[in-house]
Ligand binder design. Structure first.
Ligand code: ATP
Length: 445
């Protein structure tokens, strides 16, 4: 369920339950930068873990890399970012607000009359000028042109400049890929929609190096594979679609690009991009560094600069999809409840353990069980405060898939009830079997 108010409700739930806070909130916040709280941190770790497992651990043709954020400034000249990573910025002469010219229609003000009190009726926009989105800083104590470095706007370039290092060290043969998860920074003109577009964010990108001529086939393979991965996170397939870039939308390096889009409360928007980047990046790095970046096939001795098929997902944006997709309000036995129906594999807390009442030794048994589950690497939470109904509601809102209750019968036969967040079904399971019961349901392909 994702109506117009969903975003507002999510922002408030995210704060209340410790998923996401505004950065530097006590100082009034930092423009479009967010901090992840206890539950948000776990959700993000789980999400990244699922990506890494599918993209690296379960394959023998993709290697991991963790390149630095600061790179040689020539990297960004070669990649085309210094010259071309720009958005057209227009400023209103009256209110001084700045907008992205190419997305004016999506924005709150722009040419449309503004209804807010005290604001003028229609913006008077100046001429567009190009604004580079890279954050610039200086390396070392001297702040001059020769010491300029950039905070990387994408992780991909780290994989390109390390292409031969990884290929030789890991003794890989083309086709193979390099996967990275890491921070990227873009000084976006109009960030917004919570964590959808921020100035500091994380990407999960994979560059797959292939023999020219096989790139179309690999492109189709990776597009399908990535779409399947999103579905495996439990995202509603009806809210996912593919959107191919037309010739006038393609980035300078791309032969083909297809976005995986999600139907957010604010419309269909990109979640991940699959790009055929040809040999553009490697060829440019050869040219700018003067170092050969050819692949030599050890079998036939053939030499070529590989083509690259890139899968580029935003971690924070995928996390937002998970939250939006999981959020629902429903009535249960005459009571309103808010549920985050997160897939168990990504849910921050897997099990909450409650004593039904705070007497007869039940708290001790429940606390012991929660500890045992944690030792078995199942994130678990013990809660004895408030009515059982309230405790369920708190966990429903936090996205916890299972609540275990220790009751009078536990003392007699050693069984507990396990309640399912979504179906509300309850089953009785032997206390010693709870960890296995949960683990079986956490396994994903
Ligand atoms: P957009 O058109 O939304 O600006 P993009 O086409 O520039 O995105 P890519 O360069 O392909 O995006 O980056 C890959 C992914 O990184 C995007 O699909 C998105 O999930 C994520 N991403 C890009 N910019 C941001 C941002 N400012 N905030 C959060 N995530 C982002």
């Amino acid at each position: 369920m994702a109506d117009k108010d969903t975003m507002e409700k999510l922002v408030s739930l995210a704060k209340r339950r410790g998923y996401i806070f505004q950065s530097s909130e006590i100082y009034g916040g930092t423009g479009s930068v967010w901090d992840y709280g206890p539950l948000g941190t776990e959700l993000k770790r789980n999400l990244k873990e699922r990506w890494w497992s599918r993209m690296v651990h379960q394959r023998d043709d993709v290697e991991g890399l963790d390149a630095a954020i600061l790179m040689h400034p020539k990297v960004w000249e070669a990649s085309g970012h210094v010259e071309g990573f720009t958005d057209p910025l227009v400023e209103c002469r009256v209110c001084k607000k700045r907008f992205r010219e190419d997305t004016l229609a999506d924005q709150a003000c722009g040419r449309k009359p503004s209804k807010a009190p005290g604001e003028h009726d229609a913006c008077e926009l100046g001429e567009p000028r190009l604004f580079n989105l890279m954050f610039r800083t200086f390396i070392g104590p001297v702040e001059d042109q020769g010491h300029t470095v950039y905070l990387r706007p994408e992780t991909a370039q780290g994989s390109y400049v390390n292409f031969l290092n990884v290929q030789t060290a890991a003794r890989q043969k083309v086709p193979f890929g390099i996967a990275q998860i890491g921070k990227a920074f873009r000084n976006e003109i109009t960030p917004g929609n919570f964590i959808f577009r921020t100035r500091e964010f994380e990407q999960a990108e994979m560059q797959f190096f292939v023999k020219p001529g096989t790139d179309d086939e690999w492109f189709d393979y990776w597009l399908e594979e990535r779409l399947e991965w999103h579905k495996s996170l439990g995202i509603d397939p009806q809210r996912l679609r593919l959107d191919e870039h037309g010739p006038d939308e393609l980035a300078h390096y791309a032969k083909k690009a297809v976005d995986i889009q999600y139907h957010f409360p604010f419309g269909w928007k990109e979640l991940e991009g699959i790009h055929n980047r040809t040999d553009f990046d490697l060829a440019r790095h050869e040219e700018y560094s003067g170092k050969r970046l050819e692949y030599i096939d050890s079998g036939g001795g053939e030499r070529f600069i590989p083509y690259v098929v890139e899968t580029a997902a935003g971690v924070d944006r995928t996390l937002l999809v998970l939250l939006v997709d999981a959020y629902r309000e429903e009535e249960v036995e005459g009571d309103e409840r808010v549920v985050l129906g997160l897939h168990p594999s990504v849910a921050p807390i897997k099990v909450a353990v409650f004593p039904l009442v705070k007497k007869d030794g039940l708290p001790e048994i429940a606390d012991r069980l929660a500890r045992e589950l944690r030792k078995a690497a199942i994130p678990s939470f013990y809660d004895e405060s408030g009515s059982i109904g309230r405790r369920y509601r708190r966990q429903d809102e936090a996205g916890t898939p299972w609540c275990v209750t220790v009751d009078g019968q536990t003392a007699e036969d050693g069984t507990v009830t396990i309640r399912d967040r979504d179906s509300l079904e309850q089953v009785r399971v032997d206390t010693s079997k709870v960890a296995d019961w949960v683990r079986e349901r956490l396994t994903v392909e």
